[in-house]
Design a protein around this ligand. Structure first.
Ligand SMILES: Nc1nc2c(c(=O)[nH]1)N[C@H]1C(S)=C(S)[C@@H](COP(=O)(O)OP(=O)(O)OC[C@H]3O[C@@H](n4cnc5c(=O)[nH]c(N)nc54)[C@H](O)[C@@H]3O)O[C@H]1N2
Ligand SMILES: Nc1nc2c(c(=O)[nH]1)N[C@H]1C(S)=C(S)[C@@H](COP(=O)(O)OP(=O)(O)OC[C@H]3O[C@@H](n4cnc5c(=O)[nH]c(N)nc54)[C@H](O)[C@@H]3O)O[C@H]1N2
Ligand code: SF4
Ligand SMILES: [Mo]
Length: 746
């Protein structure tokens, strides 16, 4: 073969490999590869092939291809493709150079920048229609095809292909192929990995021989000749391209101001983006929630977006295994089931997210009354206690001005919602404020505390009652405040003094229960009183997630009421939130609320779907389907085995997530949401002040993921309520939501 023919044959081989990796192997390609035109040539090749690993790879691939009818092989390969490359299983083979360059499961790293530069220099770019990334093995292989073809026609282009081969493909593919070989279960993919490895090894030898102007191995020439003839029988047309003609200059570095959306502290975040790649996240200076800082999670938020484990396309489960599905098919499957099942028998599990208006409206129009949020597993008792106590949801202590900070079961340093709070807390302690951390564990916050109180789990209510007893019995409480601003004091006093049930809640009584000495309880009450009103007691999930916790939180929050600390400098603030307008403009019709007035279960306090009754509700036929968004009930609801069984017994389940979670893996349909950096929202909340926070999309959605508003608007359309979800973009509904505010988005 002359050099031109050699380059063209190599190009064919690259094209074949690229086509094998770029996506699922389509049915018609399986049919063609099963055809005698192709297989006869492969058999002939094997008769003359002397490169052993090449032959054995090819043998194994062919064995896989002929293991059943075209349809059988096709569907087996679809499952395998989803497992290997779409993270449908927990043993994927990441097909990206970035993962091997960083030795982390991270995509969109330096190799992508280098790939774009290389493509650009050669006058091509990654095909925008190809859903995967620039440093995907299929793109790199196809770029080699392109370079080899160029070299076939122009002598001066010889060197560039070898430079690319050495700088990119050579470096990581050996390792990738080894991972693929061990992760793959089908002969096809195992053979493909072996074949790729052998081919690239021979390419390396070929590049050496070309560069040193030595003769090419005859064995390799023979193989290429035969392989090219076999590949020519396949119809590898336009649809296999991963690159397109035309250079694309990189976009300039830009900054996007947004908020972090990981623990929902909403710290202001400045995201640096170059050429639609996030290069880093830092705190947004002047921001009231983060105070210009981010915690380690916020500073690495883009690593979540760029995790190689992300869901990329919709998935549908068939015969117990996932396969790739189009959005249309996955949406149809979901809506078909939602229409078939009575909305009263459908549960909607909603996790930690603020964009409630969009899916709540869709679910209300659809008519399911069974909503469960993460709240029941989070701090619901605390919120309900606060709602009952003072119709506010969550007070935060003004640490900066506080002299005495009493925290029950909040580990601010590790979990804090908002970095400004952590900074201010640390500074307050340095400035002499007393920080008392009540926690059975010497948690991070206890580490900086003036005093750590090691309490028995689940007994905070007793300790708080013991402290309240001291304040009332010794008449240390703020009578004026209690009279003017509180209700129920006389009843509370009776309870404390044992006039109601004969049990006086003395520090001694409390000590027996909580393991903190009566002396300490009394002393802490005195210190709290002395510092008041620049003092505050607060709690979070450490107290909420147990039994009798509503009353425990009421008791410890009462310390603030007794001493008049609420809204005082240094005390817990009761700040009202701003109210956003409806996302429906005045001339846009609002969706109907078809929620049936039926309750699955009746709890004493909670009226919605009760996670603890999930399996029981399924067994009793009350729940037949679940739609889960941004939640992982298998992990978060407790009693993992029961929740798993419940989901498995459902007729239909769908999860909208960014990752394959313990819940998602059990579902029938999986829809890939974007991460927060790929979609926009406005949120109202409060920390030390009320605020409205704008979360701006930093990059366009990756792979085939979609923003949540578009997912639910599409579900609504298919359910027959499309006219009520008319927005063309995230910005349009956000502008509606902001129409009553002084500040505007644009
Ligand atoms: N074992 C255990 N259980 C707990 C807790 C615990 O500490 N341990 N904590 C309790 C508390 S405080 C809470 S609030 C609840 C939380 O419980 P859930 O609301 O169920 O939340 P997570 O378990 O955090 O699961 C969140 C899911 O959302 C996915 N996700 C992340 N980002 C996105 C996104 O942008 N879009 C979408 N669609 N999905 C996304 C994640 O992959 C994950 O699968 O759990 C409670 N239960
Ligand atoms: N890193 C990280 N940060 C997060 C989250 C996350 O998943 N990871 N999730 C976010 C969410 S949803 C929430 S709700 C918050 C939760 O924030 P926190 O409430 O601060 O979270 P935890 O660490 O679950 O619980 C706090 C402390 O309670 C202690 N504790 C356990 N039992 C008891 C008890 O009976 N009494 C007392 N007094 N203490 C007890 C634990 O030892 C722990 O140190 O964190 C948010 N921030
Ligand atoms: S505290 Fe929460 S909101 Fe702030 S940077 Fe950390 S994870 Fe993000
Ligand atoms: Mo939570």
């Amino acid at each position: 073969m002359d050099i031109k023919a050699m380059n063209l044959a190599r190009a064919k081989m690259y094209h074949f490999l690229s086509a094998s990796y770029r996506d699922e192997i389509p049915l018609h390609l399986v049919e063609q590869m099963q055809g005698s035109d192709f297989l006869d040539r492969i058999v002939k090749l094997q008769e003359v092939c002397t490169i052993q690993d090449f032959c054995s790879g090819l043998n194994r691939m062919t064995a896989g291809l002929t293991a059943g009818t075209a349809t059988e092989v096709f569907s087996e390969l679809r499952y395998e493709y989803a497992d290997l490359f779409l993270n449908a299983s927990n043993n994927p083979a990441f097909p990206y150079e970035s993962c091997y360059a960083t030795r982390e499961p991270l995509v969109m790293q330096e190799p992508v920048v280098a790939m774009r530069a290389a493509l650009n220099a050669a006058g091509v770019h990654k095909n925008a229609d190809y859903f995967d990334l620039d440093d995907h093995i299929a793109v790199e292989l196809e770029f080699m095809r392109y370079l080899a073809e160029q070299a076939a026609y122009k002598d001066e282009d010889q060197a560039s292909q070898f430079t690319f081969l050495r700088n990119h493909l050579m470096g990581w593919t050996v390792e990738f192929c080894a991972v693929l070989a061990s992760a793959a279960k089908t002969d096809f993919y195992r053979g493909l990995s072996e074949l790729t490895m052998s081919f690239l090894f021979n390419e390396r030898m070929f590049s050496f021989s070309m560069l040193s102007e030595q003769a090419t191995s005859q064995a390799y020439v023979t193989i290429l000749e035969q392989m090219a003839a076999a590949i020519a029988t396949l119809d590898l047309g336009e649809e296999y391209t991963t690159i397109a003609e035309g250079a694309e200059a990189p976009e300039k570095l830009r900054s996007v101001n947004t908020h972090c959306y990981i623990c929902l502290g909403l710290c202001g975040q400045e995201v640096k983006v170059k050429d639609n790649i996030i290069t880093g996240c830092k705190g947004l200076s002047g921001d009231p929630k983060g105070g210009g800082r981010l915690c380690i999670k916020g500073a690495n938020a883009h690593n979540n977006t760029y995790s190689a484990y992300r869901l990329k396309t919709p998935l549908i489960k068939e015969n117990g295994r996932f396969r790739k599905a189009s959005w249309d098919e996955a949406m149809d499957r979901t809506v078909e089931n939602l229409k078939k099942i009575d909305p009263v028998q459908v549960g909607f599990h909603q996790g930690n997210d603020f964009n409630m208006w969009c899916y709540e409206a869709v679910m209300a129009a659809y008519g399911t009354p069974n909503k469960v949020t993460h709240r029941q597993m989070c701090d619901n008792p605390a919120r309900m206690a606060n709602e009952k106590n003072f119709s506010e949801k969550r007070p935060w202590i003004d640490y900066a001005n506080s002299k005495f900070i009493l925290l029950f079961g909040i580990n601010e340093l590790a979990t804090s919602a908002g970095q400004r709070k952590v900074t201010v807390l640390k500074q307050a302690v340095k400035n002499g404020a007393k920080l008392v951390v009540v926690d059975p564990r010497r948690c991070e916050t206890a580490g900086i505390a003036t005093e750590w109180i090691c309490i028995k789990p689940g007994t905070d209510g007793a300790m708080a009652m013991g402290m309240c007893h001291t304040l009332v019995k010794e008449e240390l409480y703020n009578k004026e405040f209690v009279e003017q601003w509180t209700y129920g004091f006389e009843a509370f006093k009776k309870r404390l003094l044992g006039e109601e049930d004969g049990v006086e809640r003395t520090p001694e009584w409390a000590a027996e229960i909580c393991g903190v000495s009566a002396e300490t309880i009394r002393r802490l009450a005195h210190e709290f009183a002395a510092a008041s009103p620049a003092a505050g007691a607060n709690s979070w999930t450490g107290v909420s997630q147990g039994t009798n916790t509503l009353h425990a939180v009421q008791a410890l929050i009462a310390l603030n009421g007794l001493m008049g600390c609420f809204d005082a400098p240094g005390g817990p603030g009761l700040i009202s939130k701003f109210k956003l307008a409806s996302p429906w403009g005045n001339d846009q019709p609002k969706p109907p609320n078809n929620t049936a007035k039926v309750k699955l279960d009746k709890g004493h306090l909670w009226s919605g779907w009760i996670p603890g009754y999930f399996e029981k509700d399924v067994d009793e036929g009350k729940l037949k389907a679940m739609l889960c968004y941004f939640g992982n009930p298998v992990m978060s609801c407790g009693n993992e085995a029961s929740v798993k069984r419940a989901i498995e017994k459902l007729e239909f389940s769908c999860s909208i997530d960014c990752f394959m979670s313990n819940t998602t893996e059990l579902c029938d349909v999986v829809l890939p949401d974007c991460t927060y950096l790929e979609q926009s929202r406005v949120v109202t909340d409060w920390m030390y002040e009320a605020f409205i926070s704008l979360g701006q999309k930093a990059i366009t959605p990756m792979y085939q993921s979609r923003a949540i508003v578009s997912i639910f608007s599409e579900l609504a359309r298919r359910l027959g309520f499309g006219e009520y979800f008319p927005w063309k973009s995230d910005e349009e509904y956000m502008e509606n939501q902001m129409r009553n505010q002084e500040i505007q988005i644009s």
